[in-house]
Design a protein around this ligand. Structure first.
Ligand code: PAF
Length: 286
């Protein structure tokens, strides 16, 4: 049977009304927030949501408040028609794609700040980013009121920030964080990969290769963080075009740096290739 077209909703009030009817039938509502330019990583979240919930809501909103002034808000890919076709093939029921003024009407001035886990790594390189993320995600949670929300491990720190927000603000939402989906050469799928020219695309495997080097060091019995970090940096420095924002080995709950790998540890990297900034991570276990 051909999949039905998802219902495309632009207004908060209209989405609320549609969801009131769905909730009246005691349906379990799952929510996948996105900024569009959907790829297999997003679709894996959507498929999990479809399997685990009765109604799947996907939001597509390039959230201006999580981009810094020098960042790529203007050029961020916007591919609504293609996104809708992908969501249709997954059988998604509702797509919420508001305009910026619907989410941030004139005079909007309330912000959500999650301290602690939002501060290191991306927090240093992209000041204000997680304030924008937490604010829009809380707004979306309030609008959709999902039972379950789906995020990718690719944005590990983001998932941690959302987990903390859910806990601290007593939101009745189950958070599901699903594995990063990778291209066959290891590059983590990301909407920003579309910025890469063919040469940079080849070089972009450097993030995954540096993470694999960390895992390899660990397998070879190395536990000292400074030694492993040096090895990881060497992989990245071999690419002349690559500029490292950070290479880190951190506690996966606090994101504070570790001196040695004695338990679960997150290896995280952020690298710029020309104008394109990519991030990736890998959970290491000794
Ligand atoms: O991960 C993203 O695409 C965005 O940060 C999110 C969660 C949709 C909030 O704008």
């Amino acid at each position: 049977m051909a999949a039905r077209e998802p219902r495309l909703i632009r207004k908060i009030a209209e989405l609320r009304e549609a969801l009131t009817l769905i909730r009246r039938e005691r349906k379990r509502v799952g929510f996948v927030p996105t900024m569009g330019a959907l790829h297999e990583g997003h679709l894996s979240l959507v498929r999990a949501c479809k399997t685990e919930c009765d109604c799947t809501v996907v939001s597509i909103f390039v959230n201006p408040t999580q981009f810094g002034p020098q960042e790529d808000f203007e050029r961020y890919p916007r591919t609504l028609d293609r996104d809708l076709a992908g969501l249709r093939s997954c059988g998604v029921e509702l797509v919420f794609a508001p305009e910026a003024r619907e989410m941030y009407p004139p005079g909007f001035d309330t912000w959500v700040e999650v301290k602690g886990v939002s501060e290191p790594l991306e927090g240093v390189c992209r000041p204000g980013h997680f304030r924008g993320v937490a604010t829009v995600v809380l707004k979306l949670f309030n609008i959709v009121q999902p039972d379950v929300a789906y995020f990718g491990q690719k944005d590990y720190q983001q998932a941690l920030v959302i987990e903390k927000m859910i806990r601290d603000l007593d939101l009745p939402i189950i958070l599901r964080v699903l594995p990063t989906v990778r291209e066959s050469d290891g590059l983590a799928m990301s909407s920003r990969n579309s910025y890469l020219d063919p040469e940079s695309r080849k070089q972009a495997t450097v993030l995954w290769r540096s993470l694999c080097r960390a895992a390899e060091c660990l397998r070879n019995g190395e536990r000292r963080a400074d030694v492993i970090l040096r090895e990881m940096r060497q992989v990245i420095d071999a690419i002349p075009n690559a500029r490292t924002d950070y290479v880190a080995l951190v506690n996966p709950e606090t994101l504070q740096p570790v001196d040695a790998i004695t338990g679960k540890t997150l290896a995280a990297v952020a690298v710029r290739l020309g104008k394109t900034r990519l991030i990736d991570n890998l959970l290491l276990e000794p």
